[in-house]
Design a protein around this ligand. Sequence first.
Ligand code: SAM
Ligand code: SF4
Length: 341
Amino acid sequence: MDGTTPKNTGQKMVDPFGRHVSYLRVSVTDRCDFRCVYCMAEDMTFLPKKDVLSLEELERLCTAFISKGVRKIRLTGGEPLVRRNIMSLIRNLGRRVKDGRLDELTLTTNGSQLGKFAAELRDAGVQRINVSVDTLDPEKFQHITRWGKLDTVMAGLEAAKQAGLRIKINTVALRHVNAGEIDELIRWTGDNGFDLTLIETMPLGEIDEDRVDQYMPLSELRRDLERRWTLTDIPYRTGGPARYTEVIETGRKLGFITPLTHNFCESCNRVRLTCTGTLFMCLGQEDAADLRAPLRASDDDALLGAAIDEAIGRKPKGHDFVIDRRDQGPAVGRHMSMTGG
Ligand code: SAM
Ligand code: SF4
């Protein structure tokens, strides 16, 4: 190491705009057992296995981020629960929650494997999970996910409830597909004690369908919901980008993630790590830092720490998402399954 490389001294990560980075999202695999129409093309090419970090390497990266002030880690994908032996990583990171070095370890999942893993997740220290469900209609579910079965996901949700996991449902709002079903989703989540977050489609990666057609601004959806539901803004935050309301009729939270209609960047505390060790400082920008090379260059974390510091110093002010008819291409070429949302 040359004398000018800063040491990984465990100092907190603060970006050029004064935002503390305390939240790491880790996409543990780009693979998935579903092919959701807004997320992937049906015929996806996945990363060669040799490019993907081992679970031990991912854990070492997470540990480096924890030593630099990360307090919350969310595992995502692709589908995190289809990665072989993923529970070993979850158990090891869960120990950091149990000993107070992390505030929270969470997971975003499509729910297909929850029947198998729910109890183990709870036992490992996971308390909350996000499960993506865009419709309660089995045929539509199959159409949206292409390969998914609603029954399996419902059984998984039941197992998660039984295990005592707190559950938030993520629903991507799609015009002409599920925009008319949001009332039903609000009722269903209310009956089951789940919170619900609605997400706008984001222009990430080439897909087979037309994003302009799919795009449903949540400002418009919220105005419509307010004809039937009493939504009160509440200051609740999970460290993520959602802004929450309480649905007075159900007593549950309803969140809105509106990257396109509302700028959520000013309070961004997140960075995203892919399963190849690439760090994205913003979901909506191409700029990234390679952490795999410094990780593999030495067993010592000095080079890695310096690479993280350098990357945080480049975290941009915000994203450039736009979906309109003039600009039909994706804002960024990579799919959501690479960075995990
Ligand atoms: N497979 C897991 C799942 O579906 O929950 C985790 C990964 S998935 C990429 C994370 C979240 O991103 C899901 O809630 C999914 O609906 C959402 N998502 C995927 N592609 C998106 C897009 N283009 N715009 C908005 N949300 C998207
Ligand atoms: Fe898979 Fe999740 Fe993408 Fe659907 S949204 S294809 S479940 S990664």
